[in-house]
Design a protein around this ligand. Sequence first.
Ligand code: IPM
Ligand code: MG
Length: 357
Amino acid sequence: MKIAVLPGDGIGTEIVAEAIKVLKVLDLPFEMETALVGGAAYEAHGHPLPESTLKLAQASDAVLFGAVGDWKYDTLDRPLRPEQAILGLRKNMGLFANFRPAICYKQLVDASSLKPELVSGLDILIIRELTGDIYFGQPRGRRIATDGHFPGADEAFDTMRYSRPEIERIAHVAFQAAMKRDKRVTSVDKANVLETFQFWKDIVSEVGLQYPEVTLDHMYVDNAAMQLVRAPKRFDVVVTGNMFGDILSDAAAMLTGSIGMLPSASLNSKNQGLYEPSHGSAPDIAGKGIANPLATILSASMMLRFSLNQVAAADRIEVAVSKVLDSGLRTTDIWSEGTTRVGTADMGDAVVAALAK
Ligand code: IPM
Ligand code: MG
């Protein structure tokens, strides 16, 4: 089982280190190789996704990814910015299916910004299409200057597009996921305004006919944003495009108490996957040893489950995380009165200790 480890920038290195600790105590035959990505790779090699990093990722069964980005790169020419690394990995590896579960752990109900009764027992799966939409539209607005600004330009543009096969395959992923859950899919679109999303809606409906056991409903994205904070438990599986999925998954994350808890998986048709926390590189807290490593540790668990076929080990990690939360240990992002505040490494150590029990 070959794992490419790409810690990236900011808190990425700190949280990935904790996930590695956890993977190591499982005593499974992993071969792990680390490479630079994002701003760190730009500093060393002049490119956020060096050829060697991409090759390593492509040659691995799974990629464990930290996070990329820092405000200090905001003025770089766009192809050189750290975010291009993750977009490049997704596109080059064909990682079209992004799973972003939003689960509210019972121990963290009070950490949510919503009333406990709205989020207790929450278990939503957002499935975001990851290699199409306006993120990869062609042609794109051309940058006129290389300093991050557009002096003298009159317009900029990005095109939104989806092809039929792109929508069909993500729709199948969503319906199949729903079959293993509560058998409900909500497809989120903006069909009232955008042709791309009328097309999306039509095709998702068509695919839905092949899954008669699954209840499909359609929702406009603005309403979906509202329903997510009004009555989030009405959702089971949410399937949507790349940009709406980006936005809604951050909103859904907060329902669970902290984005620091949420893992994600991005899969291609060969079940090769990239696993990363749903949160970013958080440069404001980088190097302080206070970031929550649980999203990354849970991403490693998703990796074991989806790409490496080690379901028992994945279950063990999830149980260990739950035990640690039971014991009252909390990083700053999920801390509340009456619990014990710990740092990044202590949290990782606690998961390792819980695994040993
Ligand atoms: C995410 C991030 C990325 C995205 C950025 C870093 C390019 O926000 O994974 O949600 O927009 O997809
Ligand atoms: Mg995002």
